[in-house]
Design a protein around this ligand. Structure first.
Ligand code: AMP
Ligand code: MN
Ligand code: MN
Length: 360
């Protein structure tokens, strides 16, 4: 068995705590079978809970360039398990450090650099990851762990693990994590709650698209002591002054193609390294939320340069346009109204490819 106590954390170099006996009754996971395709989510929730309750040590991984839902899910679950004495580590393949806007989330001491993770985790859990490519170099752990569990809410999830708890009806992965914590009997305190709230607010467009489950969870978290304005300030509510100039350039250069998407309209803009002017990814990610409000467009796209030749494309749509399908056709994935893909080469060719799939 791998000893995650020997794992050094990136932030403090502290050692993880010695495991204490689990407070949840052990269940023989060998007797459990993975639910059949399309099987009920309730069974998958039970299975996920039992796997976590029985694991000797747990490595929790988020997708590359983690957002608040991915990292918040991993940190909240990691903190809950650590409080039950389980050795846990949280990681993601890229970038090298926790994104600046998420550094205020509690539980950062659980974050471990990929190279310092135990090579043979007893249970590997991926959170908010729709397909194995979104794990980057950490996909390798799926070959060396004893058991793996995929916890995710993407409609496009490819079920790439050994066990799965996938609920495309959940507004965020943090909603699913809260259900697991409840099943495990682990109370959600303020610190875990801040992680859950951050994921919930960002993935629901600040509760615009939130269902009753998400609102009920938010109410619980606020009762547990979470202060929403404080949690969200560094994540979505503050930017350096240079952001305003960048916004002015890229919004001013936005193009509206009313004939695209079978006449429903496409609005897009391109953020290259020049206009980016050294701003953080956080500043670039905010652009799509403004662009998508253009009334004349059913689809909005922002093309963000990530290297000399690479572009990350963010897509948003209004009913009834399914951008998850469009992104999947272009090698990406996501949700019906929020998706993305990666493009290599001339960004205008990405726009052409997008127009082509939206016209199908
Ligand atoms: P974003 O526009 O980056 O906020 O992403 C919106 C949604 O699309 C998220 O759920 C992502 O998981 C998904 N997504 C974005 N980019 C990609 C990509 N290159 N490959 C697969 N899924 C992506
Ligand atoms: Mn995510
Ligand atoms: Mn999510």
């Amino acid at each position: 068995m791998t000893d995650t106590r020997a794992v050094h954390t990136r932030t403090r170099g502290a050692r993880l705590r010695r495991p204490a006996p689990s407070l949840v009754e052990p269940v023989h996971t060998d007797l459990l079978v993975s639910p059949v395709e399309g099987g009920s989510t309730i069974n998958e929730l039970d299975l996920a809970t039992e796997l976590l309750a029985n694991a000797r040590d747990v490595v929790l991984v988020a997708h590359i360039h983690p957002d608040a839902d991915a990292l918040g899910s991993a940190l909240a679950l990691g903190m809950g398990l650590a409080r039950r004495g389980k050795p846990v580590a949280v990681s993601f393949a890229e970038p090298d450090l926790v994104p600046e806007s998420l550094r205020g989330l509690p539980g950062a001491h659980l974050v471990v650099a990929p190279d310092d993770l135990p090579p043979h985790p007893d249970l590997l859990v991926s959170l908010d990851v729709g397909s194995v490519e979104r794990l980057g170099s950490l996909a390798r752990l799926f070959d060396t762990c004893r058991q793996s569990l995929v916890i995710d809410h993407h409609a496009s999830n490819t079920r790439f693990g050994q066990f799965h708890y996938v609920d495309a009806a959940a507004d965020a992965t943090v909603v699913m994590v809260a259900r697991i914590l409840d099943r495990l009997g682990i109370p959600i305190d303020r610190e875990m709650g801040e992680n859950l709230y951050a994921g919930l607010a960002t993935d629901t467009g600040h509760f615009r698209h939130a269902d009753p489950d998400a609102h009920l969870l938010a109410a619980r978290l606020i009762e547990a002591g979470v202060r929403p304005p404080d949690v969200m300030l560094p994540i979505t509510d503050s930017h350096p002054f240079g952001w305003l100039g960048m916004l002015s350039s890229v919004l001013g250069a936005a193009v509206l193609d009313t004939g695209a998407a079978q006449g429903r309209g496409l609005v897009y803009t391109i953020i290259d390294d020049d206009v980016r002017a050294g701003l953080r990814p956080e500043e670039l990610d905010s652009v799509i939320d403004i662009l998508r409000t253009a009334q004349e467009a059913g689809v909005a796209a922002v093309l963000k340069q990530t290297s000399a030749d690479s572009w990350q494309v963010s897509l948003r749509s209004r009913e009834p346009i399914n951008v998850a399908a469009a992104a999947a056709a272009l090698g990406g994935g996501g949700h019906i109204r929020a998706a993305g893909f990666t493009h290599h080469g001339d960004p205008m060719l990405a726009v052409d490819a997008l127009r082509a799939v939206l016209d199908r």
